[in-house]
Design a protein around this ligand. Structure first.
Ligand SMILES: NC(=O)c1ccc[n+]([C@@H]2O[C@H](COP(=O)([O-])OP(=O)(O)OC[C@H]3O[C@@H](n4cnc5c(N)ncnc54)[C@H](OP(=O)(O)O)[C@@H]3O)[C@@H](O)[C@H]2O)c1
Length: 263
């Protein structure tokens, strides 16, 4: 029970990563406030957690809307008295961005993921930090991707968006760690159980003349254990990082690429 009685807010909790992290946080004893811009998938995760004996509240919150995020955090404080963990797993839809060569991409589509990802992370982190500072305690987390650190074709502004969020993680930590708040990123590689991976990588697989299965094998071959990470493995790391056992980790991104990306 590494997160016993910790109050955690998850953004994008109806998604693959948000849902897996929610379930793992709950089984380690956290009290969960799950959000997404559509209520039904978030409610489904909350229902599973509650049927398994955990504590989870579901709400529809657009993580790009400052007032909505602020109102929801206030409701968490009203119900639970504090917020200990903020986990942003929001994935901005990018089907119109991925697969287009940079020289053919218009500036609006290039800028969209950069503006959206950084806006959502900035808002959720800043508004949570304002509630954490008086308690001199808290953990802020965000998922990024290996695109932040390596050149990958046909991903438009997605790579710059990931790099910007990693830079923001370091900046937030530099300002917040003196107030007892840790800020840590998690950088998993593709986890095949998540539907978004197919959406993100299929255009590149097609452009390389590979089937989807061949593409997954190629990605796995680049890792040290020659396999891709599971959602459960990623979520287990998230539990540790969110817990007091990880009190020495802040201002960094945990590399979960299993060797496919050097530190
Ligand atoms: N899956 C992987 O293997 C992997 C690996 C590395 C990095 N990542 C990154 O991790 C993030 C999450 O990935 P995922 O696979 O979990 O994606 P996902 O399954 O699509 O989940 C993303 C969630 O964010 C929600 N969302 C979108 N816009 C929102 C908004 N404005 N406000 C609140 N919620 C919003 C989505 O809701 P709707 O579905 O209703 O739009 C969805 O529930 C993405 O940034 C992805 O690029 C994923």
């Amino acid at each position: 029970m590494m997160l016993k009685d910790k109050v955690a807010v998850i953004y994008g909790a109806g998604g693959a990563i948000g849902g897996a992290v929610a379930r793992a946080f709950a089984s380690d004893g956290a009290m969960l406030f799950l959000t997404g811009h559509e209520l039904a998938p978030v409610e489904a995760v909350a229902k599973d957690i509650v049927s398994a004996g955990g504590s989870a509240d579901a709400a529809d919150v657009d993580a790009l809307d400052e007032q909505a995020v602020d109102r929801h955090l206030q409701s968490v404080i009203d119900k639970a008295g504090r917020v200990d963990i903020s986990f942003n797993a929001v994935g901005i839809p990018d089907t119109t961005i991925l697969g287009v060569p940079l020289i053919e991409l218009d500036v609006e589509h290039f800028s969209l993921p950069i503006a959206s990802y950084t806006r959502s992370y900035f808002l959720t982190a800043r508004l949570a930090a304002r509630r954490m500072v008086p308690n001199k305690s808290g953990v802020i987390m965000r998922v990024t991707a290996s695109h932040s650190r390596t050149g990958i074709p046909l991903v438009g502004g997605y790579g710059p968006a990931q790099a910007a969020m990693e830079a923001l993680t370091r900046g937030l930590s530099a300002e917040l760690a003196p107030h007892g708040i840790r800020v840590v990123g998690l950088r998993p590689q593709a986890m095949p159980e998540s539907a978004t991976i197919k959406e993100a990588f299929e255009p590149r697989a097609e452009a390389s003349g590979m089937t989807w299965e061949q593409w997954l094998k190629m990605l796995a071959s680049r890792t040290h254990p020659r396999r891709l990470m599971t959602l459960e493995e990623m979520a287990n790391v998230a539990v540790f990082v969110a817990s007091d056992k990880a009190s020495g980790i802040t201002g960094t991104i945990v590399n979960l690429t299993m060797g496919s990306l050097d530190d």
